[in-house]
Write a protein that binds this ligand. Sequence first.
Ligand SMILES: C[S@@+](CC[C@H](N)C(=O)[O-])C[C@H]1O[C@@H](n2cnc3c(N)ncnc32)[C@H](O)[C@@H]1O
Length: 413
Amino acid sequence: MTKSNEYVFFKLGRNKELAEVEISTILEKVGINRKISYFQWKEFLFVKIEKKEEQKVLQKIRETGSIVKVGSCFAKCNSEIEVKKVIPDKINQIIEKFSGKKEKIKFSINLQIEKEKQKSFSEIVKNEILKIAKDKRVEVKIIPKKGYSLELSPYQYHKENMPKRGVELIIFGIKSKLYLGETKWVTNPFFDIKLDEGRPERLFTHGTSIKMARSLINLTNIKKGCKIVDPFSGTGTLLIVGLLQGYDVLGFEKDPRCVRVAKTNIRWAVDKYKLERSWKIYKNDARDMHKIISEKVDAVVTEPYLGPFLKTLPDLEEGKKIIHELEKLYAKVLYSCSQILKDDSRVVIIFPFYEYPDKTKLSINLERVINGLSLELVEKTLHFNVSFPISIGREHNIISRQIVILKKNSMKQ
Ligand SMILES: C[S@@+](CC[C@H](N)C(=O)[O-])C[C@H]1O[C@@H](n2cnc3c(N)ncnc32)[C@H](O)[C@@H]1O
């Protein structure tokens, strides 16, 4: 048995690659640039980092859009008997931390182990909790009440108010080992729903999702207080998420209706969330950004115009034409980006592609759109070896999308 504190576990969202890229970025942001040990097990990624680094990761994890849950391992055991030995210390700590409040202390038990073993582990943990609670004369609520194991969904986790009222304990049965962990953070869907549905105005055809906006901004790998630009700012989702995360934001948008909606929504968000960073939207074409602003910015981040709205896949010839037109637009916008970006700063952008039933793929030719520009492709993440571009699913079931990251390098022309 080792009382190991060194593994942090991340539950990855549906797009595992994107989640890994996001974790890699968070690790870089907190200064972890060395080679790290990690392994993936089912939808969890286990990463070995130090305790003080874990604290910093937890502070930054809110900036991600595709991570479901984060926690830390507190022991690695070989048998049930060893689990029985280490679990009381943890339960004592938790009771200590949450006692003194009127409400019951909540323990949720999440057993990521084979079905046949769940009953006995559940009983070990439940019995220890009840025994210690009785000794200490505190009231506890154990979740699930019936059955042996339940993974609380993010909705349930926040509905139960777990961050303030208790802890989810997890036992992972991985090969012959048992990793004991404690959940430290779970994504809060209620926050996003309030932000999404509370907005005074929406235009359904123009939105980037809040989660995607968060992921894209995270991938810029910039520090708080930096300035970001969305050249296709639409109804302003990305700008609002940027402000919420402590960045100054600029938007460019050529449709006056979108500009009006975005301004209304941003004013609402600034007021509701007491946002303090600066914002501005220009009613201009994204190709002209460099002619309009003279200052240099720290990142460009956007889900751009992805081509006309289509109900079915265009035939091959039509598809080629659309992609060709988009390449011309993106080449010009990227030229403008290269002019306004600080050196070493990033463009995080979504590019569309069409995928046909016979696997023919029509996509933006990256070399062609950045040819002659002082921008170069970021090819891999620092950690976990993920290659770009990464696919992120379809928009309206027709256009597939991928995330591309470019970096300004003024030495390259
Ligand atoms: C996918 S939406 C952008 C979503 C936005 N990033 C958000 O956070 O909600 C694309 C937007 O680009 C705008 N657009 C299209 N061509 C443009 C151009 N050349 N310059 C500026 N905006 C443009 C469209 O009016 C549309 O609002």
